[in-house]
Design a protein around this ligand. Structure first.
Ligand SMILES: Nc1nc2c(ncn2[C@@H]2O[C@H](COP(=O)(O)OP(=O)(O)OP(=O)(O)O)[C@@H](O)[C@H]2O)c(=O)[nH]1
Length: 247
C-alpha cells in the first residue's frame, strides 16, 4: 500500500505466536482495542482505515496485502490505543466464503470487527450475513462487537443497494450500522470506529484475563501422595528396627 502518512505500520500481520498478553495493553499501559476491517474487494476498506487514521481521503491504493496500524484515541475521558488491521478483500466462491488462514487469524485476534460493503456492489452486501456468522464462529462463546459500514454513499447514481437494507440487516444481526462516504465525510467514519470502541468494554476484551487463564491451563505439579509417603516411611522404619533387633 502506498501514499499513507502519519501512521505507524506495526506489522504486516500479527505474529502467529503473539499472545493475548502481548496485545492486552498498548504503549504506556493504555487499554488496547484491536479492530479488524473486513469485506469484499474494492468496497473501500483501505480508504476507510486511512480516513479514520489520517482524516484524509486518498483515492488510489495498491491492492491491499493487509496492514496493521496503530493510533491513540480519546473516548469518554479514556485514552485508548487502537490497532486497526486492514485485510485483503474476501473472495466468494460458489460454495461460499473463501477466507484465508491469514484472514481468520486477524479475525481471531480482533476485539471488534468492521464489516464493510459498498452500496455500488450488491455482491458485497450479500456477503455480510455469512461474514458475520464466520466472525462469530471464530469467537465461540463471546459476542464480538461488529459494526456494518455501507460505504460510497456519494455514488447514488450507481447505487445497487439501498442503505436502508443495510440498516435492516445490521439490526437483524445485532450490529451497529453506519452509512458513510469515505471520500466525502470524515465524521461518519470516525463515529463508526468510536461506537465500536465503546462496545468493547474492558470486560469483553479476551486479553483482560490472560494470566488467570494461562495459570489455570498450566498443569500444577502433582502434590506428593501423603499416604504413600507415610507407608514408605513406616516400611523404612520397620526395616531399620528389624535390622537393629537382628544384630
Ligand atoms: N466515490 C467513492 N470512492 C471510494 C470511496 N471509498 C473508496 N473509494 C474508492 O474505491 C476504490 C477501492 O478502495 P480501496 O480502499 O482500495 O478498497 P479495498 O476494499 O481496500 O480493496 P481491496 O484492497 O481490493 O480489498 C478506490 O478507488 C477508492 O478511491 C467512497 O466513499 N466514495
Amino acid at each position: 500500500m502506498r501514499l499513507i502518512q502519519n501512521m505507524c505500520t506495526i506489522a504486516e500481520y500479527p505474529a502467529p505466536g503473539s499472545t493475548a498478553a502481548d496485545c492486552c495493553l498498548g504503549a504506556a499501559g493504555r487499554r488496547l482495542v484491536k479492530i479488524a476491517v473486513v469485506g469484499a474487494s474494492g468496497v473501500g476498506k483501505t480508504a476507510l482505515v486511512v480516513r479514520f487514521l489520517t482524516k484524509r481521503f486518498i483515492g488510489d491504493y495498491e491492492r491491499n496485502a493487509g496492514n496493521l496500524y496503530t493510533r491513540q484515541v480519546h473516548i469518554e475521558g479514556e485514552t485508548l490505543a487502537i490497532q486497526v488491521q486492514d485485510t485483503p478483500g474476501i473472495q466468494v466462491h460458489e460454495n461460499g466464503l473463501s477466507c484465508s488462514e491469514q484472514l481468520n487469524r486477524c479475525i481471531r485476534w480482533a476485539d471488534a470487527v468492521v464489516i464493510v460493503f459498498s452500496i455500488t456492489d450488491h455482491k458485497s452486501y450479500e456477503l455480510i450475513s455469512q461474514l458475520h456468522q464466520h466472525v462469530q464462529q471464530l469467537h465461540p462463546g463471546t459476542r464480538l462487537p461488529v459494526v456494518v459500514v455501507a460505504n460510497k454513499a456519494d455514488l447514488l447514481h450507481v447505487k445497487q443497494v439501498d442503505p436502508q437494507l443495510g440498516l435492516q440487516l445490521a439490526g437483524m444481526l445485532g450490529c451497529s450500522f453506519y452509512e458513510v462516504s469515505v471520500s466525502e465525510n470524515y465524521n461518519d467514519v470516525y463515529n463508526a470506529f468510536h461506537v465500536l470502541c465503546k462496545e468493547v468494554s474492558p470486560k469483553q476484551q479476551p486479553s483482560g484475563t490472560p494470566e488467570k487463564r494461562r495459570t489455570s491451563l498450566i498443569p500444577r505439579p502433582k502434590s506428593p501422595n501423603m499416604q504413600d509417603l507415610k507407608r514408605r516411611f513406616k516400611q523404612a522404619l520397620s526395616a531399620k528396627v528389624r535390622t537393629v533387633t537382628s544384630v
